[in-house]
Design a protein around this ligand. Structure first.
Ligand code: KIV
Ligand code: NA
Length: 264
């Protein structure tokens, strides 16, 4: 069974086929999501919240990301495996290279970093040295304390324009995939159309090239505050495998996200 590559995702964008991504942190769920056709598995630093019980993602270490990457890689036979660079693991270019190398050695096939044009030097260096990079703009959770909470980003014209500009700069620097989190539908649509590379949305409406969810949210088992953009696929199916099958199906056919999951 051949593995999904960035070239396949690029082709999906060109053909107007939606990409389904989901987070995974262990081999068993990785295998289930892979079996059911998710094209991208993200070892998200959201594990600081959903696995470790933290209020944010800031306490997650490189060692933890390496460990969970190893676990997921063993369960993934097709999907493209992407791992988050955790908080403060890419604060300087030198540190970025060393930490990205560790994630690639653990089996990641791409690394994800949150932020805008200040990352361009690191992105250029990584891609030149064989490390594919995924960008992440909009609500970047590692900056939650700068934002003053988990809030929708790019609501006014000035900030929307800023996110749009950053997306183009990241693409020019060499990112091959972009996650856009919690931005208004119209902004996500504008960015997805402007970029050559696939844009994966979460809380960014239906016009992106694909969708991602935190797996616990897709199963409706997240405790505490449940964001508006998520959907409990387990409620409709009563079975984990069927829930993920439904998620993949609804993303593919464009019925998820619906208007009730969007910000305008
Ligand atoms: O950490 C994570 O799970 C993420 C996704 C929500 C995009 O970054
Ligand atoms: Na993350």
């Amino acid at each position: 069974m051949s593995k999904i590559t960035i070239t396949d995702l690029q082709k999906m964008k060109q053909d107007g086929q939606k990409i389904t991504a989901i987070t995974a942190y262990d081999a068993t769920f990785a295998k289930l999501f892979d079996d059911e056709g998710a094209q991208v598995l993200l070892i998200g630093d959201s594990l600081g919240m959903v696995l470790q019980g933290g209020d944010d993602t800031l306490a997650v270490s490189m060692d933890e990301m390496v460990y969970h990457t190893r676990c997921v890689v063993r369960g993934a036979s097709k999907a493209l495996v992407v791992t988050d660079m955790p908080f403060m693991s890419y604060a300087t270019p030198e540190q970025t290279y060393q930490n990205a190398a560790r994630l690639m050695a653990a089996g990641a096939r791409m690394v994800k970093m949150e932020g805008g044009d200040w990352l361009c030097e690191s992105i250029r260096h990584l891609t030149r040295n064989g490390v594919p990079v995924c960008g992440h703009l909009g609500l970047t959770p590692q900056s939650v304390h700068v934002f003053g909470g988990f809030k929708v980003q790019g609501r006014d014209e000035f900030h929307a324009q800023e996110i749009y500009r950053q997306a183009l700069e990241l693409q020019a620097a060499g990112i091959q995939l972009l996650v856009l989190e919690c931005v208004p539908v119209a902004l996500a649509e504008r960015i997805s159309k402007a970029l050559r590379i696939p844009v994966i949305g979460i809380g960014a409406g239906p016009a992106t090239d694909g969708q991602i969810l935190v797996m616990h949210d897709a199963f409706g088992i997240t405790s505490g505050y449940v964001p508006k953009f998520t959907k409990n696929f387990l409620a409709e199916t009563g079975d984990m495998r069927a829930a993920i099958r439904l998620y993949v199906q609804q993303v593919s056919e464009g019925t998820f996200p619906g208007p009730e999951h969007c910000f305008n």
